[in-house]
Design a protein around this ligand. Structure first.
Ligand code: HEC
Length: 103
């Protein structure tokens, strides 16, 4: 029971990008940690396996717009709308900057 709760807390942490300081400026390590939660699906450094959207090298503006559209529900998604809602707009901006400069 205790472990189930802990595991759930862990999942919540991953999907909310951490409970602390959602809108404070982030350092490089924090941004990399946020970006690591995307790697399972979009590949390490945003370079995905065939069949999945690569994030690396896409423009910062395009990435941020997509994620904001997922968050507001403007852009239809199977699961990115849930994931995008777990991040503040500032965190999405930091993620967009990170992946646009990854190659
Ligand atoms: C569990 C798998 C999964 C995780 C984790 C995940 N994504 Fe996604 N992502 C998807 C899927 C699937 C799509 C296609 C849209 C949909 O159906 O939700 C997508 C689409 C996207 C797109 C649009 C790509 C395009 O070219 O249209 C962006 C941008 C994106 N994800 C960013 C992220 C970021 C940033 C993270 C980490 C915070 C992340 N994703 C984490 C599965 C995932």
């Amino acid at each position: 029971m205790k472990w189930t709760l802990l595991a759930q807390a862990g999942v919540l942490l991953v999907f909310s990008g951490g409970v602390r300081g959602q809108d404070q400026p982030m350092d490089a390590l924090q941004v990399r940690s946020l970006a690591a939660t995307c790697a399972a699906c979009h590949g390490t450094q945003g370079m995905a396996q065939p069949g999945m959207a690569s994030l690396a090298g896409t423009s910062k503006e395009a990435l941020l717009q997509k994620m904001l559209d997922f968050k507001t529900g403007k852009e239809a998604a199977t699961l990115m709308h849930q994931i995008a809602r777990g991040y503040s707009d500032a965190q999405l901006g930091a993620l967009a900057a990170y992946f646009s400069s990854a190659r």
